[in-house]
Design a protein around this ligand. Structure first.
Ligand code: ATP
Ligand code: MG
Length: 559
């Protein structure tokens, strides 16, 4: 980490550079990240955050965090707090520039009155369904509402009474008076205000009319002096509307630039769908380690560094595509490989007894914490007569090319001795419950070259082992693009979580802090889960060691 890869600047950075060269914006760059507090942030938002905050930082400007909280029925304070935590966790800081669109409700109201006075907005009595009907289609022009030509006085009076709470929900709207025949549907008299007699998480019961996102967004950017309003492609068609509002009002005009959303394979990203997964109990919560949310990725063991690296590699363009989750995992492995201390853990334990090793002896053997980073030093691991090894690392009747432990064969124990299997103990069902071995006392050494053994296996001293639960995760969806099917839930992976409750980890992990990362030798990267309690460790498998992305890259290079 910390290494900056020099990449070609993307088209947005090129635009900003060019504008600053021409002295536009008084040489300053002000961006914003504008989440709607109606769900948790996901990896797609991370791309927007890295772009918004990243550009501000690179050009010596600032980035605002603004909650676009215009829809009180779906928004909650819980989301506001979670979003702030996630942005900070990702490594970005808005300083004192925390804003809420709801802080601008009064200003927006005044501007709406101004548009009415200019004959550019009117109160409509059509119902939401009728408005939809009148709007027309991409191929047919819309129809003008019979209320479109109300007098300015009547509009001012009705709008004031809307605000005063005289009318029921859905009975009236305020609409911009633009062009019902415009080829751009967004310009066909878009709704600016709706009546909703509901409390807002910040303004309480002060308002019963709420601005639409389209009416609030551009003006909020303008109020804050945003220079570059970066948003995803679906807002391209809204840009003429935002421009129209700003021009009518004659206020500061930010430049909106659209870029392609990030899509990730084997997951869904729409907040509506993520909410469904949570509400229907398909996952344990917004921070379930299988979720593509930042809270979920964090709990899974993702690091902010890996996510930022991923966002940088994905880049910024205008074409939609689906990025392989394997790339995200690859970025994580690269980061953790450098930082995560190694440790030994046995997930599916099988007892090994070393017959020629004294019963009461304990040797503290030296183990290297991270071969990638000598500064991380070494630790001691206790070695005794009885050990746990992985069930998979022993076969009584091995398949061809099985080089691990089997009757009569030798393996090396990591950081310890070479052992040889001399027998097994079975239970009544004929299953091997214990492997009997002997050890060779002359084979100890950190870098053993003295002996030809094909395989080194990991182990934990039975007497010192710390019991642990380990949760193994797989993709939440079985197919790369579940969104392509309307029935997306049919593709949920029924085996996305496997809980192993009888695992053992080496004693140095007894007090491992929640959120700390380890590479369990030969098994993958793991992180301590918040469910951990004293004496009952819980680990999540963050990612396995098999890097499928590196393979894909290699194949591409060879072509
Ligand atoms: P909604 O459907 O609720 O509007 P949203 O995903 O657009 O969901 P917002 O809270 O409005 O969520 O998003 C905040 C910002 O993050 C917006 O500027 C949006 O363009 C950007 N963003 C959202 N999803 C992605 C994504 N997948 N990739 C890149 N940017 C995204
Ligand atoms: Mg949105």
């Amino acid at each position: 980490m910390g290494e900056t890869k020099s990449r070609e600047p993307d088209f947005i950075r090129e635009i900003v550079t060019e504008e600053l060269k021409q002295g536009k914006w008084g040489g300053k760059v002000v961006t914003r990240f504008p989440p709607e507090p109606n769900g948790y942030l996901h990896i797609g938002h991370a791309k927007a955050i890295c772009l918004d905050f990243g550009i501000a930082k690179e050009f010596g400007g600032r980035c605002h965090l603004r909650f676009d909280d215009t829809n009180p029925t779906k928004e909650e304070t819980e989301y506001v707090e979670a979003i702030k935590e996630d942005v900070r966790w990702l490594g970005f800081d808005w300083g004192e520039h925390l804003y809420f669109a709801s802080d601008y409700f009064e200003q927006l109201y005044e501007w709406a009155v101004e548009l009415i006075k200019k004959g550019k907005a009117y109160v409509d009595d059509l119902s939401p369904d009728e408005i939809r009907e009148y709007r027309g289609t991409l191929t047919e022009p819309g129809k003008e509402s019979p209320y479109r030509n109300r007098s300015i006085e009547e509009n001012l009076d009705l709008f004031a009474r809307m605000r005063a709470g005289e009318f029921p929900d859905g009975s009236k709207t305020l609409r911009a008076k633009i062009d019902m025949a415009s080829p751009n549907l967004n310009l066909r008299d878009p709704v600016m205000y709706r009546i909703r007699h509901v409390s807002h998480h910040r303004t309480g019961d002060k308002w019963c009319i709420y601005p639409t996102y389209d009416w609030a967004h551009g003006q909020s950017d303008s109020i804050e002096g945003i220079t570059h309003s970066l948003c995803t492609m679906e807002y391209e068609d809204h840009r003429p509307l935002y421009d129209w509002f700003i021009e009518q009002l004659g206020i500061h005009h930010p430049r909106q630039i659209e870029f392609a959303r990030l899509n990730l394979s084997h997951t869904v990203m729409s907040k509506r769908k993520l909410l469904q997964l949570v509400e229907e109990g398909i996952v344990a919560g917004w921070d379930d380690p299988r979720m593509p949310t930042l809270a979920g990725l964090r709990r899974r063991g993702y690091t902010p560094e890996a996510i930022r690296d991923f966002c940088e590699r994905v880049g910024v363009g205008k074409t939609q595509n689906v990025i392989e989750v394997a790339l995200l995992e690859h970025c994580l492995r690269e980061d953790l490989n450098k930082r995560a201390p190694r440790a030994m853990a046995v997930l599916r334990p099988l007892k090994v007894v070393i017959e020629n090793y004294p019963e009461d002896r304990v040797e503290e053997l030296e183990a290297i914490n991270n071969p990638e980073d000598p500064t991380m030093g070494t630790r001691k691991v206790p070695f005794t007569r009885e050990l746990w090894i992985e069930q998979d690392d022993f076969r009584e009747n091995p398949p061809p090319k099985y080089f691990r432990l089997l009757p009569g064969a030798e393996v090396r124990l990591r950081w310890a001795y070479v052992i040889k299997c001399v027998g097994v103990v079975k239970n009544e069902r004929g299953e091997v419950v214990e492997v009997r071995c002997t050890y060779d006392p002359n084979t100890l050494g950190i870098n053993p070259t003295d002996r030809k053994v094909k395989v080194t296996i990991h182990w934990v001293s039975a007497r010192h082992a710390q019991p642990a639960e380990v949760r193994l995760y797989d993709n939440l969806f079985l197919v790369p693009k579940p969104d392509e099917d309307e029935n997306w839930k049919a593709h949920i992976n029924p085996n996305s979580l496997e809980r192993l409750t009888n695992c053992y980890v080496e004693p140095s992990l007894a007090n491992a802090a929640v959120g700390s990362h380890y590479q369990f030798e030969r098994l993958g990267y793991f992180v301590v889960d918040p469910d951990t309690r004293p004496g009952a460790l819980v680990f999540n498998r963050t990612v396995t060691l098999r890097d499928t992305w590196a393979k894909i890259e290699k194949q591409l290079e060879e072509k």
